[in-house]
Design a protein around this ligand. Sequence first.
Ligand code: SF4
Ligand code: SF4
Length: 252
Amino acid sequence: MLKPEFVQITRQNKIAEDEFYPMIVAMYEQIWQNLLPPQIIPKGLSVKRSGNVITPPDAPVPDCLACGACCAAMLCVGVRPSEDENLSAEEYWDITIEGRENEITVDRYLRRDAETLVCAFLQIETGKPTACKIYERRPRMCHDFDAGSDKCHALRRAYGIEPFLSLDEMSEALGKLDDKPEKSAPEETIREVKFVETETGELQILAYLNNGSTNIIHTFDPQAEVWRQFEFDALTLSEAARLIDSRKNKSE
Ligand code: SF4
Ligand code: SF4
């Protein structure tokens, strides 16, 4: 059943991060309680066909126009600073930190539909293909999600769009996942990033790693640089450093 707090939050343009992230957890639970139990947890599965471990290379690529599972299930579709001009303020939520003189946006996500919780731009009218209404303007996160990736198939199975794996297929898939070489030790990747204001009004980007350590990875003036916390999700420290350098080099 639709929760009033979801309706309230989907009507706002700016949401304080202390309010937003717990609400996302509640929305996630609401979505998954109506899905089939996932055989394989989608988190961590490849979103690129080139990174597939489970799906055979010759498996047919599913038709997105008859699906929409990823647009329904993945709640936080981030808008990068370079994509801001593709969208208008009514099309996204700004996630802010308060308690400072000038409010600051720390994350920006596409809006969700208040009733269904699916991406606000997913066309799901009866008798029409399941299309993206902003296909040409969709964020990179959507571009980067390949139809036919392991995560795509896992979500489609959870929505009942394609059949579950057989016991033999499950056992083979779990074996392949166990054997998969990690690109880096999971404990060396960033679990969470927080922007914290310094006494001089600059922002520090604090990276909390899975190994329990905390690192200051960048300090910036919010009037001069724009960053979003989600951009650092699951990166290693060296990948985060490369991202920061690449943006600095572009602005020089
Ligand atoms: S990428 Fe996969 S899950 Fe997403 S709409 Fe296309 S077929 Fe469905
Ligand atoms: S913007 Fe389009 S492709 Fe991206 S999640 Fe929304 S409906 Fe799907």
